[in-house]
Design a protein around this ligand. Structure first.
Ligand code: 0O2
Length: 213
């Protein structure tokens, strides 16, 4: 267990650091009083049980090793949720421009949704972590998606877990319908985007005025 803890420590540090940095982008937009492309950010280190499942799936040894780190680039995982589909491109561009991480792979499951109906934009990065033994560069996965995509994915993930990947056809069918509904919701929100943003700006100006007394 000690070996696993030592192996996972830089990933924990990376998740903690990246959460602060990515939330910082949102704060900067808020200070400028302009629409923030980031609604909220979450992060986690992949639980050992999920790492174990993935090693079985991929047919690699379940041991803390360079092979495991290369085969599972999402041991450190971050999610960035956006209000609008267009915000996703803005966020990806911000990540590409950053000097403290390097984007090495992009997977666009928005233009090419998965057969399950899953939609999201995945970015794999290299991120340097400072440890007592010097710098260690790790991989991390950042998933960027709208609130509607996130809602669908978290429900589907829970159901998949419940049915251990063997989803009853009726539920599968409902999930396909739900994925279409989430897609339409994103489209509709994009169409009234200007209206929503005006209202949000008006609301935050009102809140500031009210708290100033
Ligand atoms: P968890 O519990 O979120 O960590 P590959 O093996 O290279 O073919 P892989 O490893 O599936 O592809 O990578 P991919 O496709 O980029 O997806 C990795 C992660 O994306 C998953 O991690 C999920 O978080 C999410 N994801 C991908 N497909 C789906 C889907 O159909 N439904 C949902 N809800 N999420 C999905 P994990 O490790 O599977 O899960």
């Amino acid at each position: 267990m000690r070996q696993w803890n030592q192996f996972l420590e830089p990933y924990k540090q990376a998740v903690d650091e990246l959460k602060i940095k990515l939330k910082g982008i949102r704060s900067q937009y808020n200070l400028e009083d302009i629409h923030t492309p980031i609604e909220f950010v979450t992060g986690r280190v992949k639980p050992l049980a999920s790492i174990y499942d993935k090693t079985l799936e991929k047919g690699i040894p379940f041991e803390p090793s360079a092979e495991l780190a290369a085969e599972l680039p999402d041991i450190a995982g971050l999610r960035m949720m956006c209000q609008f589909v267009d915000d996703i491109g803005t966020v990806v561009e911000i990540l590409r421009q950053r000097k403290d991480l390097k984007v090495i792979e992009e997977r666009d499951y928005i233009s090419n949704k998965k057969p399950s109906g899953y939609r999201s934009y995945h970015v794999i990065i290299e991120y340097p972590v400072q440890t007592i033994d010097g710098e260690k560069t790790i991989f991390a996965e950042i998933q960027i998606r709208t609130l509607a995509m996130n809602f669908w994915a978290s429900i589907e993930h829970t159901l998949n877990y419940k049915y251990e990947g063997e989803m009853p056809p009726a539920i599968n069918h409902r999930l396909e319908k739900a994925a279409e509904a989430a897609f339409r919701l994103d489209e509709e929100m994009s169409l009234i985007r200007d209206e929503i943003q005006d209202a949000q700006q008006y609301f935050s100006a009102f809140k500031e005025y009210a708290t100033r007394g």
